[in-house]
Write a protein that binds this ligand. Structure first.
Ligand code: NAP
Length: 294
């Protein structure tokens, strides 16, 4: 099948790679062409614009960074929705706002094509290992048609309801991750201060009731002093901002989420916007005076 793919960053490159490995013909676009180079070397075809991608692929997937990037690739001058061609189904896998998913659904319907919002969870490792959880909203028939393609990238795939439901589900995921990340960092900070070996602590508490993907993957990176990005701090701040705005519109107060959002703004202000989300540990260390001059 001919498939268009836009966004070949940390997540998108691995996910598109699984579609290519499954035998599909890939038409690619990314803002920075070099990041598509490994897929182009394996036989994927380069397109100069999102419109050119949509002029070639029957399905068009997008996995870009922020809602403003999603706006640009769908509604820009050379955006997907300006194209005429074989594109039948568009699928945005970016973590973006439920409202924007609805706007894409309306504009797609007006053009006679179907759309899905299908954000993912599972991190850089889940993307590499084709083990993502994929939560989709939008047209049910399009979801059924896209399911075999989702199965090349993920292990758990769920249809959640009308357009925007995938993004709402992803917000539930991010609210849970926010609470988990502060727990992971405070737990390991305490381990370190009390003279325990962080890895040995993770070996045991990562198997009990406090077990989570975050302690077992990001906790390990913290123990190694590795703050490289699997998931960028600036993307997590974006997600928490979307969740807080959505919650406010529902008259819902989420004080835990608001606190973690504020802490991550501090992490970014300390120069770690492009570090991995485990860099929350660095802000907590600062709060505890660990980097203070003696
Ligand atoms: P990333 O590495 O920054 O990838 C995003 C890619 O989209 C980049 O290659 C970027 O181009 C490209 N892009 C941005 N705007 C574009 C535009 N207007 N036109 C064409 N290409 C554009 O980020 P990521 O970690 O893969 O994350 C992608 C999305 O998935 C984000 O919404 C993130 O919140 C979400 N997510 C991430 C993870 C994770 O663990 N990393 C997990 C689940 C969900 P450049 O190469 O020029 O920057």
């Amino acid at each position: 099948m001919k498939i268009g793919w836009i966004g070949t960053g940390i997540m998108g490159a691995s996910m598109a790679g699984h579609l290519h490995a499954a035998g599909h013909e890939l038409f690619l676009y990314n803002r920075t062409k070099e990041k598509a180079a490994p897929l182009l070397a394996r036989g994927a075809r380069w397109c100069e614009t999102p419109a050119e991608v949509a002029g070639n692929g029957e399905f068009v997937f997008t996995m870009v960074g922020f809602p403003r990037d999603v706006e640009e690739v769908y509604f820009g001058e050379e955006g997907i929705l300006t194209a005429d061609g074989p594109c039948r189904i568009v699928i945005d896998m970016t973590t973006s706002s439920p409202g924007l998913a609805g706007k894409i659904a309306d504009a797609s319907t007006a053009k006679g094509i179907s759309s899905l919002d299908a954000p993912v969870s599972g991190g850089d490792i889940g993307a590499r290992e084709a083990a993502l959880a994929i939560m989709a909203g939008g047209d049910r028939k399009a979801f059924d048609e896209a399911s075999p393609l989702f199965q090349t990238m993920g292990k758990t795939i769920s249809y959640m309801g009308e357009a925007g439901s995938g993004q709402h589900t992803k917000m539930c995921n991010q609210i849970l991750i926010a609470g988990t990340m502060i727990g992971v960092c405070e737990s390991l900070l305490y381990a370190n201060k009390s003279g325990l070996d962080e890895d040995t602590v993770i070996d045991i508490i990562g198997k009990g009731a406090a077990s989570s993907w975050c302690i077992n993957n990001l906790g390990r990176r913290i123990a190694q002093g590795n703050y490289d990005p699997g998931f960028f701090v600036e993307h997590f701040i974006k997600d928490m901002g979307i969740a807080l705005r959505e919650a406010e519109s529902l008259d819902l107060t989420l004080p835990g989420l608001a606190l973690v959002h504020q802490l991550y703004i501090a992490v970014k202000a300390q120069g770690h916007g492009r570090s991995g989300t485990q860099a929350l540990m660095l802000a907590l260390k600062n709060l505890n005076g660990e980097n203070r001059r003696q």
